[in-house]
Design a protein around this ligand. Sequence first.
Ligand SMILES: [Zn+2]
Length: 332
Amino acid sequence: MQDASPKTVEIGTARAAPGEAVRGAIPVTRLAGGTPVEIPVAIINGTREGPTLWIDGAIHGDEPEGPLACSHLWKEVSPDSLAGTLVLCPVLNVPAFEAARRGNPGDTFSHDMNRIYPGRPDGYLSERVADAHASWLKSVADLEISIHSGGEHSFLAPAMFIDERPEAVELGTAMGPGWGCMMSNPHPRGSPMAVMKEIGKVGITVEYGGRSHTSPELFHKVGRTLADAILNVMKHYKMQAGEAQYDENRTKGTQQALLAPVSGIYLPEPDIRFLTPMKAGDRIARIVDIWGDELAVLEAPADGMIFGLRALPNVNTGDWCCFFNRVEGPRP
Ligand SMILES: [Zn+2]
């Protein structure tokens, strides 16, 4: 692909000629005190022709794993060794990230930014942020990866959601070893992944980390693992030199979130294992009251595996407790 000449890439205030790595922002508006609302963006533009891979983080502000992974990629990917373009948006929802909350505390009308895409240019504040992001994403990206985690309430093992088109399965598979928990979301709505599908391009949503994995060693491991997976994706699409690796045990399934039937103290079974096959009816956790009396038992709703668990023991009725993958079988 060396015959085709790479182009200058422009996103918001960032403009990168071939061989340049630049940072800028996608402007949205200003707040009453004059603070700009914008989305930080970096463009690493290769010296050779190739696809444009766009990485998104912190659409939920309590999920710092995406920003950590992007910081590694910004430091480690050189435009000189790159075919195509790597775009990094480490923090999509800046006010939410600054408050370490899922959504922007200043916007209660469109709080969860991963439910409101493609946004509205004349909508609520977060809808305008989503619209600004989606507009550039649609015009620039070929492939998009949204990085999520369990945030302030949960821990999620490496897992992903794909829409099952062959090109989406390919992008998911390219995440490499450890990323075999591939769940189906054939009709994504309200997310960057939905925007990409609507225009015939590919986006996937990946999950890793969260509460209980922010201690020094584990948080570093999560950031490193996410960055390595994206470097593997870049090898798969020949954006970087080297041979991509693939997970040997990929499964197909669908997500089922188990919500707390009662309030109390959430106690996962001490020997429970992530991404390990279990049978319908196997015990996952108990909820007890403050005197230790059992109020409810959470069980596997089907044969499958746990890919996420609540990590905040205080629980109220309706809170997320378990993220379960109803496994249909192995992927070819
Ligand atoms: Zn999230």
